[in-house]
Write a new protein. Sequence first.
Lengths: 205, 732
Amino acid sequence: MLEITVNDISYQLDVEPDTPLLWVVRDELKLKGTKFGCGMAQCGACTVHLDGVPIRSCVTPVSSVAGRSITTIEGIGEQSENQQTAKLDKKLHVVQQAWIDEQVPQCGYCQSGQVMSAVALLEKNPQPTDDDIDKAMAGNVCRCGMYGRIRTAIHSASAKLAKEIILIPADEKPAEVLVKPTAAEGSFDPTAAEGSINPTIAEGS
Amino acid sequence: MGKWTRRAFLTTGALVGGGLIVGVAIRPGHRTPKLAGLVEKDGETLVNAWVKILPDNSIRVIVPHAEMGQGVHTVLPMMLADEMDADWKTVSMEQAPADDEYASKDIVREFALPSQAPGMVEDTLNGVFLKIAQTMSLQITGGSFSVRGTGTWSMRVAGAAAREILIEAAADEWQVPSSEIRAENSYLFHDKSNKSEPFIAFAKAAAGKQGPTQPKLKTPDQFKIMGKHVERFDIPAKVDGSAVFGVDIELPGMKYACVKSAPVFGNTVSSIDSVAAEEMAGFIKLVNLGSGVGVIADSYWQAKKALDKVKVTYTENDSNRASSETMFEQFGKSMDAAIAGGNEEDDFKVGNARKVLAKSKKVIEAEYRVPHLAHATMEPMNCTAWAHDGQLEIWAGLQNPLGIRNLLADQFELDRDSIVINNVYLGGGFGRRAMDDYPVQGAKLALALPGVPVKMIWSREEDTQQDFYRPAIMSRFKASLGVNGLPEAWENQFVDKHEPVEAPTIPYAVENQYIHYTDSPTHIRFGPWRSVDHTQHAFFTESFIDELAAEAGVDPYQYRYDLLSHDLRARNVLEAAANMATWGKPLPEGWGQGIALHRSFNTIVAEIVDLDMSSGKPRVATVYCVADPGFAMSSDGFKAQMESGIIYGLSAALHGEINIKDGAVVESNFHNYKMLRMNDAPTIEVEIINSGDISLGGGGEPGTPPIAPALTNAIFAITGKRIRELPVSKHV
């Protein structure tokens, strides 16, 4: 048995340890938002967060993340229990809302991964430059070619977040609330050799 | 089933795609009551085959096309809702069921023979049917057709018909002339008597009405929704992970399958050693698919690992010795032989190009090549199938669900009524999901394990190596210039003609033209790749016209402009692009501009590239795109399609290359079949020209063809190097 935490819920799993996290999330936990695209960390459709850092779940054996905390596309919005209806109210993450406002997705298949990469970028760097966006997003292929809209949406989410920071009174939460420490980079170097992304994470960091 | 008669067409099977359902809906004795059983839920009223009014007076539009990101699930409802005068805030959509009531393979087959269609629909509704019939073969989601075909000839007609019968019903109820009733925001008003009621008040009465034979459509000045920017219905589910694609289907007791087909097309399985695979955990069954093998297991990962252990040998044939090099050699020989033997296939002929060329002092010649290309949709091919209770049920993202249903019925000798197709979101189509191989494999696997749902998912490697490819093509040109420097003769020979027929034709006024082709088949299977033949021919013709401009010493924009005085629509597009890009503006050292113009699917597109070659490698900084589709129904949706088509074409132009070695595809995944990424994506500016009243042209494909020549023409402008073979990465 193996324990992982996904979207703040802890699971005991009986799966072969080399099974990629992607298939555990999709087929065991039935969280289908994370997509299979290439199986070798080349396209980013399977991007999830491992302790806040974006990783490619298609090359991450589930055993390597035992005891760690995973966040998927289903876990980035805010959920709260509505006292009146006793149902869960879901609030989109500011990045997801920006994706709607800019009408980013076409086929939409890559977008869970794009959103996860963008959320991780903004948590680390709330005011990214175009260069920062290039570096953070180059690992996510969009075959419908919506890169221009993704870039615009990231900038607009960043602007919204900046406003929110200003709105927080100085004696309450500092701006670091948005900046989580990161251990490893989830960025992708398209000039690197094949399958070279995050080999340490892939093999179980 | 026997041959369809006209009567059968009108009453028995008239419910195929497009306007035919409208026809049914607005004819006496229509089948709305029967359809209602399929698509009506509690309290809902099906007004005609394409639209329901819900108890809260909201409107639901039934859409017969697949959503693959092109926005059709939103733009078709826009068209219907506008004609109906519905309140857009209350409009929603659902996909038409792939049922015989919404689909009939026999009708489709009849329409595959267009010459028979007019006879079948003679003396029907004032020619409306005729137009629909002529476009019926494009009921498939493809050909940039959904808006200009289904949208114009059924959604708009259905919306207008619905409004008219609602007004008729209100006229009866209120005892006033229908001409005094107006519709607005899902309400009907009789201003004289100060009466107003919501649509729903008349829905039941309207549903029983026969309806007009030819409803009156709005003119653009009356449009309230069409042509505007509205948010797409499908986007919220695509940002929170809840959108269901084929790969996401979940059924009780479902098993998983992985497949591997013969690397060389045409080879078949000759021996299988599955001993090691059968010992793997979770292994359930190995299935010989003929052209390959599939393994069914408890989980995807187990199926994949077991498949890796299966040893398969395949039959071999001459194809096993073919390579990209041998194919191009073959093309050259076929082309030479056709000319030597005088057996060219004529494509387009005007004047006498050969005679003029023979007399010319100088003939400009060039040979162009493009490689095979894969579609590489983000969602690899997959299919879930379940053989149960005498049915074969399929879940997949399909561009051609009716065609697949027919094919499965034929191939497995099943009654088509026993085949249920559930079409879901497509994680990219681009033509790939119009093909039938993956649902056939899915069906074979499920039929091998009756009673158990089986989800087959291809690996990316399988998806790259078992595609239906944009063909590798060679194209040769000869031209001569008149004293004014403009071309007086244009001869173009190429191999491998598919569709659309007009793809190799040029928009320019050249008095003597001879365009001809030669078949030179290879074993690599052909597939329609975003814009089909246009993508390669636009590269060829727009590069060669650029060569002629250079030969004449004339600015390439001006040269094209001078050749378009007969086609002002095209010339306006070209001119608008030049204005938008500030053609000829001062640029930094190592920068330059390239231009191209191409008409496809009746949309004219000009693209100009601002290219930075200062590092020695091409970096596309900005693409300026002007497009005239006649009328863009969804302004932002059309713009998004242009942006998408440009990036798709740029990936291919810069990097796209499928090579064949020992008969098999060499490339396997995104590391060696490269896509444009965020860091190389240009800024794209799009301007739409609505030169007409209706959607003359499509949106999904026309953005793609001009980008490759615009790029290579820019490279020439900067470096003087003419790229005559794609991808660009091979040469600079």
